[in-house]
Design a protein around this ligand. Structure first.
Ligand SMILES: [Zn+2]
Length: 261
């Protein structure tokens, strides 16, 4: 029993070493997908998270997600977090705003591919094994000119929150023609079903940073795809009453297809 204080000291010391080790190993952070909450929680109308944009930026400079009360689509690019609201307006998100669902990483391109003219969302998904080893996570960045992009944003919700499948029935959809911009998103392996959107999930922002949204469909004029393979995942679950009471027993795959496509 007398040894207890020493043990506590030793444990704390090790914990500190572990923590400082983590913050000083950028390569590991670069290859880590940092995810807030789960896609099934979002489908179950869990729209209030406890992670703010300030702390999200400590975990990545690139990614996507949404904001508390489902107030628009999030796209993070080169360290700037954009909020694309349902009226189509794009602004930089305040550091104090929180997110109920987000995925970020420090983007570090490892491979580049030329995307031929005419590549559309269906072809890109069909050819996904050309670009992604199917059992790993990838950050995806496509830059170029798009013949067409169909994107949506979600309107802010009031409590009691409706399910996401209800919200998207009235979502505004924007169609951009001959747009220059960036698609940012992720490829997620099938074994992560229920936790994230499996397959390809991307958000769009125009070069002038004035328009964007969650991508429903696109067709390239010309562009490049940069990919960043990730072998680590950090899953941050919301420490909220709402999340703790949630029932995750139901398979929500059909709901997800209604919401994402
Ligand atoms: Zn999205």
């Amino acid at each position: 029993m007398k040894k207890l204080p020493l043990n506590i000291f030793a444990t704390s010391f090790l914990f500190l070493v572990f923590l400082s080790g983590c913050t000083h190993c950028p390569q590991q952070q670069k290859d880590t997908l940092y995810q807030v909450s789960t896609i099934d929680a979002l489908l179950n109308a869990s729209y209030d998270g406890d992670t703010d944009i300030r702390s999200l930026k400590e975990r990545g400079d690139f990614g996507l997600g949404t904001f508390n009360n489902l107030d628009g689509e999030m796209l993070m690019l080169d360290g700037t977090c954009y909020q694309i609201k349902s009226d189509g307006k794009v602004s930089e998100a305040s550091s104090d705003v929180k997110t109920p669902f987000a995925c970020v990483t420090f983007f570090d391109a490892k491979e580049t591919f030329v995307l031929e003219s005419g590549t559309d969302s269906a072809k890109f998904a069909k050819d996904s094994s050309k670009y992604f080893l199917q059992n790993y996570f990838y950050a995806i960045r496509i830059e170029g000119t798009f013949k067409m992009i169909k994107a949506r944003s979600v309107p802010a919700q009031a409590k009691p929150y409706p399910l996401l499948t209800e919200v998207v029935k009235t979502q505004p959809v924007f169609e951009f023609k001959d747009a220059k911009g960036t698609l940012a998103g992720f490829f997620t392996p099938s074994f992560f079903r229920g936790v994230n959107v499996t397959g390809i999930h991307m958000h769009f922002i125009s070069d002038d940073r004035k328009s964007g949204g969650h991508v429903l469909d696109f067709e390239m004029t010309e562009g490049f795809l940069k990919t960043d393979k990730m072998t680590n995942i950090f899953l941050a679950l919301p420490d909220t009453l709402e999340f703790s009471a949630m029932d995750f027993g139901k398979n929500l795959e059909k709901d997800l297809n209604k919401v994402e496509k």
